[in-house]
Design a protein around this ligand. Structure first.
Ligand code: ATP
Ligand code: MG
Length: 574
């Protein structure tokens, strides 16, 4: 491709609305242009990167036995009503009507369509397992579309759905996809981590991993172990419970006055105790149910863990002060677990029963109990891991200190179980002629988001540094002087020679200063640059530059094409 003919509008200025580096660089390097908030046109170089990632994804899906299909973007409301998601999906769903007033939505995901397909086409266990995928645009009316391709309202996703006979089959399909995802992101040249994640409201049989590209601009927070391969989404992460070295009190609990004291810090100051000796007691409202949650004073409650532990409420929140007053007869700052009404369930974090000597509220405004022994002095109806993990705590698996990082979710693998197959009656007959529900999994990769993630991880002050496997072109040839006939002609010859060798190459044939061409080449991030200048060419040499390492070398004109080809081949090896 000749740069003079390429639609590659580069910019020197940083676009004002682009907050993160990948968004800035994609606009500046002329890869994308916005049409409306969350909607973008991919220009030629952007599309080439997209196609490369798509190809890698397709190869790996096919290698695992995936069969590619293409489902409609427009989905009839009836199917969404059948799954029960029409009403719960909320404002993210783009809804529209046809001329006959029939309701549709633009697919944000395709569980409904595919399960509807399978219920019509799969009859026997002999057809299973079945892995079907597509690479297609998805539509989500995100509350905050931002960061360019990172969070768009239209984006390209690869979604695969697995159908198996049983849980064991699902586990196999899941593992296949997990392995394929590792290969995909490695092949794209990304540094990533699969992390255990929360299965959340999608339900299913549990089991889900998110694939995170580690980058400071990531919207997700990840906890990982410094000693082993444990990694989890922060909201899901676990660690070893801590036992505090303390002596159990000899006598009974004592009631002490704590006038005007409300917060944890105020209690600690007033009684000269550490927050880790406090039992923080919180009255919670989950849908219609009220219960008391206990957690150590120095810990943060994880509401997601709490909700999962109790079976999933639609709404879960702290009870209002009036409610606290009504049920416990005190203000929220004096709530405690001792002598609570019989019907009130007490749910404790697993560190509570490990406390030897504690302080807690007395359910009497302005009073606390000291010398409390949790295992002796109050009821613990249910005990779970309910807290957020803190930096440096001990890994549940190996005990090494945990660390934290930011991540961009580029993919997710998910065990759905029979949620959709049951709702749609997607069944098959097993060997005994018995009718069973297909056991499903779903597996997504954000193809457009992966481009942004790759840039977040691979750039410098001058621009993008593409990993070779996803670079829009492998190599750029820059004739530094357009006046020198020998330079121009040699550049042309080299361009043709590289093309013959199958190298994806562009020739910057523009009548521009060398400095402008160098700047653009660095900004766009071609992995290899070949520069032809009058001086070096007089000695039969050209300059070969590696964008990533900045290494430059002078190479004889007759050798350069072969050397470029070898560099590319080496970088593409996996
Ligand atoms: P997020 O939590 O970031 O909103 P999600 O959990 O809703 O993502 P999934 O439904 O698991 O996303 O979709 C599969 C993949 O699609 C994600 O891992 C992500 O890479 C990509 N993706 C999701 N939403 C967007 C978006 N608005 N723009 C670009 N890519 C997206
Ligand atoms: Mg997700």
């Amino acid at each position: 491709m000749l740069v003079s003919q390429l639609l590659n509008p580069t910019l020197r200025e940083v676009p004002a609305e682009a907050e993160v580096i990948s968004h800035q660089l994609m606009v500046r390097a002329g890869l994308i242009r916005k049409s409306a908030s969350g909607f973008y046109t991919l220009l030629p170089l952007g599309l080439r990167v997209l196609r490369k990632i798509e190809t890698i994804v397709r190869e790996e899906m096919d290698a695992k036995g995936g069969q590619e299909i293409l489902m409609p973007i427009m989905q009839p409301a009836e199917l969404w009503k059948e799954s029960g998601r029409w009403d719960v999906y909320g404002a993210e769903l783009f809804r529209l009507k046809d001329r006959h007033n029939r309701e549709f939505c633009l697919g944000p995901t395709h569980e409904e369509i595919i399960t509807d397909l399978i219920r019509g086409e799969v009859r026997s266990y002999k057809q299973l397992p079945m892995l079907l995928y597509q690479i297609q645009n998805k539509y989500r009316d995100e509350r905050r579309p931002r960061f360019g391709l990172m969070r768009g309202r239209e984006f390209l996703m690869k979604d695969l759905y697995s159908f198996d006979r049983d849980e064991a089959g699902l586990q196999e399909s899941y593992q296949k996809m997990y392995d394929a995802y590792c290969r995909i992101f490695s092949r794209c040249g990304l540094s990533y981590r699969p992390v255990e994640a929360d299965a959340g409201a999608i339900g299913g049989t549990g089991g889900t991993h998110e694939f995170m590209v580690l980058a400071d601009s990531g919207e997700n927070s990840v906890v990982y172990c410094s000693g082993c391969d444990y990694a989890a989404n922060t909201e899901k992460s676990e660690c070893r419970p801590q036992v505090i070295d303390d002596i159990s009190p000899e006598g009974q609990t004592k009631l002490v006055a704590t006038p005007g004291v409300k917060t944890i810090n105020e209690v600690c100051e007033h009684l000269t105790v550490l927050p880790s000796t406090l039992v923080k007691s919180l009255l919670y409202q989950g849908d219609e149910k009220t219960f008391l949650v206990l957690i150590r004073g120095d810990r943060t409650l994880n509401e997601i863990k709490l909700n999962n532990a109790l079976g999933g409420f639609v709404s879960l929140q702290l009870a209002a002060p009036e409610q606290v007053e009504k049920i416990l007869g005190c203000g929220p700052g004096s709530v405690g677990p001792i002598e609570v009404p019989e019907g009130l369930m007490v749910v404790a974090d697993q560190e509570i029963p490990l406390m030897k000597r504690a302080v807690c509220g007395a359910n009497k405004t302005g009073y606390h109990y000291v010398d409390v022994v949790p295992s002796r002095d109050f009821r613990l109806d249910q005990v779970f891991d309910l807290r957020m993990v803190e930096l440096g705590e001990a890994c549940l698996k190996c005990g090494a200190p945990l660390k934290e990082a930011r991540g961009i979710e580029v993919g997710q693998v998910f065990k759905l179980g029979t949620k959709y197959s049951k709702a749609f009656g997607a069944t098959f007959l097993d060997e005994n002629g018995e009718e069973k529900c297909c056991v499903m999994g779903c597996y997504g990769i954000g193809v457009t988001r992966s481009i942004a993630a790759a840039i977040e991880q691979n750039h410098d002050d001058f621009g993008i540094i593409w990993p070779m496997p996803i670079a829009p072109y492998h190599c750029i040839i820059i004739p530094a002087s357009t006046k020198d006939v020998q330079v121009v002609e040699t550049a042309q010859k080299l361009y043709q020679e590289l093309q013959r060798l199958g190298v994806e190459v562009v020739l910057d044939d523009r009548d521009e200063r060398a400095g402008v061409k160098f700047k653009d080449a660095d900004l766009v991030g071609y992995p290899i640059r070949v520069t032809l200048g009058s001086k070096t060419l007089a000695n039969g040499q050209v300059e070969l530059k590696d964008r990533k390492t900045n290494d430059t070398q002078l190479v004889l004109v007759k050798d350069v094409a072969r050397q470029v080809k070898a560099m590319i081949q080496q970088a593409l090896q996996y």
